[in-house]
Design a protein around this ligand. Structure first.
Ligand code: PLP
Length: 377
C-alpha cells in the first residue's frame, strides 16, 4: 500500500518559514496583544491587498461582524448574501441582529450571480451585500461592484478563502467598502491559531473598526462606540503572518499548479472542475462536482485520500434557521436550485503547498480509477 494523502499539511502551511523563531521573539518581547508585530503586519497586508488600511482582528467571522458594525448594520436590517459559503456570513449577520436574505449563485463559479443580485436589490432595501470568493475563486466583481454602487448599497467581500486572488488588476478585498479575511491555519495565509483582518480604503471606517475591535474604545477606558467587542489579533499570530506574507504568492502558485494538473487529468471524466486557473483563482479548495459525490468520496476515503465537502448544508437549510425559514415562507429563499444542487455534488480534493507530485498523481489516479470502475459496471 502506498501512503495516505492527507487533506491538509501543517508542514506545507508553514511556507518554509521558521515559525518557532517568530513565536520565540514575541515570547521574549513581553508584548502579546496589539503591539509592534500587529502594526507591522497590518501595514504589510494593506500594501499587499492595495488598500490604505488593514485592521487585525481575532478571526474571520469577527471580521465580517465588525465590518457590518462599522457600517452601522443592526437589528432589522436586510443583508444580501449567498447560501453556499459555510454559514460564516450568516453567523455575522445574526450576531448583528440583522436578517440574511439569500441570493442564488452562478452555476460556473458558485459565487453571487449578478442577475439574481440585481433582482434582490430591486426587491427591497438592503443595508449591505456580502460577496464570498468561494474556494478562492473571485466572484464577478466588476458586475457586482457596479450593481451595489448603482443601488447605493455598501459591499463587503468575504475574502477568507481568497488571499492574493486578483481580477482586473485589483485584489480580493480591495473591491468592496470593506474586505474581510481569516487567517485560520488552513487558509491560504494561515496563522498558528485564529486570526483575521478587515481592509478598507475608507479612513472613517478603519477608525470605527479599530474602536469596535476593542470594546468600542476611542481611547483607553473611554467607550464611545456601541457594539464593541474584544476581537484583537495577538502578536504571535501577527509575527507568523508577517514572516509568511512574502511567500504567499509562491504558495498560491503552487496551489494553482496542482489545480491545473487535476483539471488536465480529469478533462475527459464526467466531473465538473474549477472554471478558472487564472489569477482570479488561488485554489484555496479544489472542488469537483458530480452527482456521484458520496460514492466518489467513499472510494477516495477507502484509498487513503483525504477529501471533504464544502459545504454540505446550504445556510437556509441549516436546522437553526428552520423556524425562521418557515416564518418567512414566501420569497426567493425557498428556491435556490443552483445552490442546493451544488451542496449535493461538491467534493474537495487535497490541494495545498507541500503536496508532492507523487501525491497529486495518486489523487488523480484514484479519481480516474473510480470512473473507470463505474464505466465497467
Ligand atoms: C474560514 C472562513 C470564514 C471564517 O473565518 P474564521 O476565522 O474561521 O472565523 C469566513 N468565511 C469564509 C468563506 C471562510 O472560509
Amino acid at each position: 500500500m502506498t501512503d495516505a494523502v492527507p487533506f491538509f499539511s501543517a508542514e506545507g502551511a508553514a511556507f518554509g518559514v521558521d515559525v518557532g523563531a517568530c513565536v520565540q521573539r514575541v515570547a521574549q518581547s513581553g508584548w502579546f496583544v496589539l503591539g509592534p508585530s500587529v502594526r507591522d503586519f497590518e501595514a504589510a497586508f494593506a500594501r499587499y491587498v492595495g488598500v490604505p488600511h488593514a485592521v487585525g482582528v481575532a478571526n474571520g467571522t469577527d471580521a465580517l461582524a465588525l465590518a457590518l458594525g462599522a457600517l452601522g448594520v443592526g437589528p432589522g436590517a436586510r443583508v444580501l448574501t449567498a447560501a453556499n459559503a459555510g454559514y460564516y456570513a450568516s453567523t455575522a449577520i445574526a450576531q448583528r441582529g440583522a436578517t440574511a436574505h439569500y441570493v442564488e449563485v452562478d452555476a460556473e463559479r458558485l459565487t453571487l450571480a449578478p442577475d439574481a443580485l440585481a433582482a434582490a436589490l430591486r426587491a427591497g432595501p438592503a443595508a449591505a451585500v456580502i460577496v464570498t470568493h468561494l474556494y478562492g475563486q473571485m466572484a464577478d466583481m466588476p458586475a457586482i461592484a457596479a450593481l451595489c454602487q448603482a443601488a447605493g448599497v455598501p459591499l463587503i467581500e468575504d475574502a477568507a478563502q481568497a488571499h492574493g486572488a486578483r481580477c482586473a488588476g485589483r485584489a480580493a478585498g480591495a473591491w468592496g467598502a470593506l474586505g474581510c479575511f481569516s487567517f485560520y491555519p488552513t487558509k491560504n495565509l494561515g496563522a498558528l491559531g485564529d486570526g483575521g483582518a478587515v481592509v478598507t480604503a475608507d479612513t472613517a471606517l478603519a477608525e470605527r473598526l479599530r474602536a469596535l475591535r476593542q470594546y468600542g474604545w476611542a481611547r483607553k477606558y473611554e467607550v464611545t462606540l456601541a457594539g464593541g467587542a474584544n476581537s484583537r489579533l495577538d502578536e504571535m499570530q501577527a509575527a507568523v503572518l508577517l514572516a509568511k506574507l512574502p511567500r504567499l504568492d509562491a504558495a498560491n502558485a503552487a496551489r494553482r499548479a496542482i489545480a491545473a494538473r487535476y483539471n488536465a487529468a480529469f478533462a475527459r471524466l464526467p466531473l465538473r472542475c474549477p472554471p478558472s486557473l487564472g489569477e482570479d483563482y488561488v485554489a484555496h479548495l479544489y472542488v469537483v462536482r458530480t452527482p456521484q459525490r458520496d460514492a466518489l468520496r467513499a472510494h477516495l476515503t477507502a484509498a487513503g485520500i483525504g477529501c471533504d465537502v464544502h459545504y454540505p448544508v446550504p445556510d437556509h437549510r441549516q436546522p437553526v434557521r428552520r423556524a425562521a425559514a418557515e416564518a418567512a415562507l414566501a420569497g426567493a429563499e425557498a428556491s435556490l436550485p443552483v445552490t442546493e444542487a451544488a451542496c449535493a455534488e461538491v467534493l474537495s480534493l487535497p490541494c495545498y503547498p507541500g503536496l508532492t507530485d507523487a501525491q497529486g498523481e495518486r489523487v488523480a489516479a484514484a479519481v480516474q480509477g473510480f470512473f473507470a470502475g463505474a464505466a465497467a459496471c
